[in-house]
Write a protein that binds this ligand. Structure first.
Ligand SMILES: [Zn+2]
Length: 296
């Protein structure tokens, strides 16, 4: 298989979309740990990966967002950390085949680093490293440090991923709009600082996923700022299916596949090299986006 970064230099690639909502649609209950399905309902997780792969996604993300020891501890699953991460990577590996890439998904550890919290950077690095190692053992080609708010946590996770060997590391932050054309993470970090610190820590691809209440024009502006800040480092963007709406007390994302496909060409024009989806996206959204990528 070709090296991800080499291929990326020649053509834009498509990453996949949401996993959690797909599992909820298959019967996962909202309090349940979705990672348990990597061993308990592997055919359901594999089915989501297969659907994204059929939609044309080149990169599949493992079902391991909450897979740090500290996040699993809250479900009483700390003892199964390595097993659940390995199983998650294996399922994505099977679906990706020889021509797709598996991104081993690493989400936030769920608390604050010192001095706001009790966790030291060294302790956290060991926690992230153990997850990254299990993902690689299961067959991940690269590691995805995602939905980050604290650049210090992102740096720690990127460094931990790099500890595991010569694997590409992708890092994405979740931004919210705080001014006219200004974006910050929940911790208050701006785009420039977030991107620079991720690259300095060793990230090979940087960008944003998810975000709070961002519209498509917001994502386009965010993309411009990310590309500017990233310089020569390729940029990834995984928007939600439009700005959320609250209907009956529930937050829903209602952009159609066609609406999401319509922002693909502008994003690639701006300089984004990997597009994908976050909240509210489905294989149907990604299929429409994949068609848009293929016609560029
Ligand atoms: Zn999201």
């Amino acid at each position: 298989m070709n090296d991800l970064l080499t291929v990326l230099a020649t053509r834009p690639l498509l990453c996949d979309g949401a996993m959690g909502t797909q599992l909820l649609a298959k019967g996962l209950t909202s309090g349940e740990c979705g990672m348990l399905w990597n061993t308990g309902r592997p055919e359901a997780v594999r089915g989501v990966h297969d659907a994204y792969r059929r939609s044309g996604c080149n990169l599949l993300t493992t079902n391991t967002f909450g897979g740090t020891l500290s996040a699993l501890e809250r479900h009483g699953l700390a003892a199964r950390m390595a097993e659940l991460n390995r199983a998650g990577a294996r399922l994505a590996r099977e679906a990706a085949g020889d021509t797709g890439w598996v991104l081993g998904d690493i989400g936030p550890f769920g608390d604050f680093l010192e001095p706001l919290g009790d966790m030291t950077a060294d302790e956290l690095r060991a926690i992230f490293r153990a997850q990254a190692q299990a993902l690689i053992e299961g067959g991940a080609d690269a590691l995805l440090v995602e939905t980050m708010s604290d650049p210090a946590e992102a740096e720690t996770a990127i460094a931990a991923a790099k500890d595991c060997g010569d694997f590409a590391v992708v890092a994405t932050y979740a931004f919210q709009k705080t001014g006219d054309a200004e974006f910050r993470t929940m911790m208050g970090t701006g785009v420039g600082e977030a991107v620079e610190r991720a690259i300095a820590a060793g990230a090979d691809l940087v960008g944003a996923n998810c975000g709070t209440a961002l519209s498509f024009p917001d994502y386009l502006e965010l993309a411009r700022q990310l590309v500017r800040a990233a310089g020569k480092t390729p940029v990834i963007l995984q928007p939600n299916a439009g700005a959320p709406q609250v209907i009956g007390g529930e937050t829903v994302y209602l952009a159609t596949p066609a609406e999401m496909a319509a922002i693909v060409a502008p994003l690639v024009d701006i300089g984004v090299r990997v597009v994908g989806g976050c909240c509210g996206t489905s294989p149907a959204h990604l299929a429409a986006m994949g068609h848009a990528v293929s016609t560029l």
